[in-house]
Design a binder for this molecule. Structure first.
Ligand code: ATP
Ligand code: MG
Length: 728
């Protein structure tokens, strides 16, 4: 039975109702964090289905992560009880990420592009980098000088900026760029030969089809009578154009977003997509939501104070009817272990006061901060979960199985071939493999196909020859799995593999039980997939596996602390949030600022990231930083983040940077080696100004000066002769 209108709208405020009930045409919802944007989108979908006679499959809803999509499907299910068979699928509506929607479309439509079939493989970043490394070597360049990840990101950036009209140009005519271009060209060829797409291609190929095959485009545009996009501020130009195509027939497009939460510029996201919406879609209705339902007054104050330092923004007022709540706690820690212990202690105290572990999240800017935090949580027996679905799929045993499954579907997938040809060991060394690759390349064949050629193995000797013949046999067996259900296909793969030997070879002394259990778990995923999507088969399963993004393993209902990066926490909320490592080099992230065309723009983007983190907290917020941190190259003194100075004093408690500076000054001994080892970037102590970082050194002798950015006093220029700076 359809849910009554009044029931749907219950509890929504006027602006939210307006957005849910808005008539046809373009609709923009701009609003700050926690104001109910996502809730409005979900309710609107339910409203369209139950009150406006739109069938679920006529709706396309795009979210940023698979997890958000899953949650949205579940919420829509609850609002519109679907027939049994459709449970868990959002009543048949198309709800997913750009990548999953595009993969789904390509499975049906990619035939119109020359050279591709619907059995295409999806390559992840690791696969991409492996292929690039091979290409760099093949072309005779030094893979140490031309690093695959670097070239990979360069290629990706170029792809994602296609279609921008801001005159973006990467070309500076340098020799390095010639190499990159040569690699890119070869990469494109090799991907096509392999019938493979990387993540960027998923979107670009759909765009290519929509741009050039209007019949196909129109079929989708007519089908989707309503298109809704959450987190629109993080769409890039390619996604923007896709959305335009999707909405090109009915023009019913709802987007929502918050320019202050735009944190993906480094991946090509373009904030103009949201700022220009009213111009791009004439007649657009705009709804602003101003009430925050998530956070306490103090957390909201802190968030507003921080973000108000960004110049490139429209001011907006976010208020809450909720309680003022507790102050934001800022704690200075000695080093990362100290910090991790502090966080663990605060989480335990949250639980002691009646909270749950599942209410808590620890957020950080860079992945390497995770290790110390995990260690402290384990030590304190605090249950936690790292929110990174990728982890599971990065394990060697799982990657091997995925590669074998990919070969079953698409034998042309050379990257997968190379990965497993010698798994378990068949005596196929690098030289033999290089010979085979060369043979295949010369004839324009995939390596698997080359194996079928009579004279392919002529130049290959001994064990390798036998090993390759053996693998050719295994490939034939694998081909049987092509049209099977995922779990059955996996069984075929496992049968083709000498599982015991394979596991034993990976044994690094800790036994094979863990890996065997992972294989079991993967088998369970596959059966679960078959049950959920009976028509998906191996193809669909591989697609899902390829698209697990880093927020996916996250299960909201488990009573465990969640650990994740600031980028991964978008859209989520927790009663207790700890943000670790709020330090000078980490937030803003030094490399992000250094590599940006305009450092000021990067500093604002990093501030938005801090803002996103702060606004995840419902009741309690803890911010920590250290004075000394270990990095890959060793440890060194560090300073608190500039953003900490922006937190309003009235809203914070605990030991903020200011008070700590006073203490540090008390301990300062000016007699100790002043002036030694001063260089740009060094952290120094000054008898009056406290700690700071040297930004610039000029002049010599009695004229030598240093520009120092002090934690407490800001930037100052000092004559070294008198300054008695001590390097820390
Ligand atoms: P973000 O920008 O962080 O993605 P958002 O604008 O999407 O935030 P939601 O996640 O939709 O915000 O909502 C934040 C919280 O407020 C949720 O717990 C939601 O259920 C709650 N909420 C939203 N609207 C209302 C309302 N009218 N009454 C009570 N609670 C509400
Ligand atoms: Mg949201």
């Amino acid at each position: 039975d359809a849910v009554a209108e009044s029931q749907l709208l219950e509890g929504l405020n006027d602006a939210q109702r307006e957005a849910v009930l808005a008539g046809s045409g373009p609709l923009l919802i701009v609003a700050g964090p926690g104001s109910g944007k996502t809730r409005v989108v979900t309710t609107r979908i339910a409203h369209l289905v139950t009150q406006r006679g739109i069938a679920p499959w006529e709706i396309l809803a795009i979210t940023f992560t698979n997890k958000a999509a899953k949650e949205m499907r579940e919420r829509v299910d609850r609002l519109i009880p679907p027939p049994e068979a459709e449970q868990g699928r959002g009543g048949g509506s198309w709800i997913g990420t750009f990548h999953s929607m595009c993969a789904r479309i390509l499975r049906r439509e990619i035939d119109v592009l020359e050279g591709y079939t619907r059995d295409f493989s999806i390559h992840d970043t690791g696969d991409r980098n492996n292929l690039i490394k091979t290409i760099v070597k093949d072309l005779g360049f030094d893979p140490k000088q031309f690093r695959a990840p670097q070239i990979g990101s360069w290629i990706s950036a170029r792809k994602n900026r296609r279609g921008r009209d801001d005159g973006f140009e990467l070309s500076d005519g340098s020799m390095e760029e010639d190499v990159f271009l040569a690699v890119e060209k070869k990469y494109r060829e090799r991907m096509r030969q392999q019938n493979a797409l990387d993540f960027d291609d998923l979107l670009l190929k759909v765009l290519e089809i929509f741009d050039h095959h209007h019949g196909v485009r129109d079929a989708y545009a007519r089908r989707f009578r309503q298109v809704l996009v959450d987190e629109y501020q993080d769409t890039n130009r390619v996604q923007y154009r896709l959305v335009k195509h999707f909405a090109s027939f009915h023009g019913n497009l709802t987007v929502c977003g918050d320019p202050d939460q735009s944190i993906y510029a480094w991946r090509g996201a373009d904030i103009r997509n949201i700022l220009d919406f009213e111009e791009d879609y004439p007649g657009a209705q705009t709804v602003r939501l101003e009430q925050n339902y998530r956070s306490t007054g103090r957390i909201l104050e802190a968030a507003n104070a921080v973000i108000s330092n960004n110049t490139a923004r429209k001011d907006k007022d976010l208020f809450t009817d909720g309680e003022q709540g507790e102050r934001v706690v800022v704690i200075e820690c000695g080093d990362e272990n100290d910090e991790a212990r502090e966080i663990a202690a605060q989480i335990r105290s949250h639980v002691a006061r009646g909270g749950n572990y599942g209410d808590c999240a620890v957020l950080y800017r860079a992945g390497f901060l995770q290790r110390a935090i995990e260690a402290a949580l384990r030590y304190d027996a605090v249950p936690y979960q790292v929110v990174a679905g990728l982890e599971f799929y990065q394990r060697k045993e799982i990657k091997d199985l995925v590669a074998l499954l990919r070969l079953a579907l698409n034998p042309a997938d050379d990257v997968a071939f190379v990965r497993v040809v010698n798994t378990p060991a068949r005596g196929v060394g690098d030289t033999s493999l290089a010979r085979l690759a060369h043979f295949a390349q010369e004839r324009g064949l995939s390596m698997a196909n080359a194996l079928g050629e009579a004279d392919a193995l002529n130049e290959i000797r001994g064990r390798a020859k036998k090993g390759l013949a053996e693998f050719a046999g295994a490939l034939e067996e694998l081909a049987l799995a092509r049209e099977l259900d995922a779990a059955v296909a996996l069984d075929v793969v496992l049968e083709s593999l000498d599982v015991d030997r394979w596991l034993a070879e990976m044994d690094d002394g800790s036994g094979t039980a863990d890996r065997a259990a992972n294989v079991e778990e993967f088998r369970a995923f596959a059966s679960d997939y078959d049950e959920r999507s009976p028509e998906g088969k191996l193809r669909g399963f591989l697609e899902e596996v390829a698209l697990v993004s880093d927020t996916d393993a996250y299960e909201g209902d488990e009573d465990r602390v969640k650990l994740m990066t600031l980028h991964a926490c978008k859209g989520l909320e927790f009663r207790f949030v700890a943000i670790a490592g709020v330090e000078d080099e980490l937030l803003p992230h030094e490399r992000a600022v250094d590599e940006a065309a305009d450092p000021d723009v990067a500093i604002e983007e990093e501030r938005r990231l801090f803002y996103v983190g702060i606004t995840r907290a419902k009741e309690r917020l803890l911010v920590t930083y250290t004075t000394y941190r270990s990095f890959f190259g060793g440890g060194r003194p560090v300073l608190p983040s500039r953003y900490l100075r922006e937190l309003p004093e009235a809203e914070i408690e605990g030991v903020g940077p200011e008070e700590r500076e006073e203490e540090a000054l008390g301990a300062f001994d000016p007699a100790k080696g002043a002036g030694a080892g001063l260089e740009v970037g060094a952290i120094v102590m000054h008898p009056h100004f406290g700690r700071g970082k040297i930004e610039q050194l000029t002049g010599a002798g009695i004229n030598a000066r240093a520009t120092v950015d002090f934690v407490r006093e800001g930037r100052k220029q000092l004559l070294l002769q008198y300054a008695s700076l001590e390097r820390l």
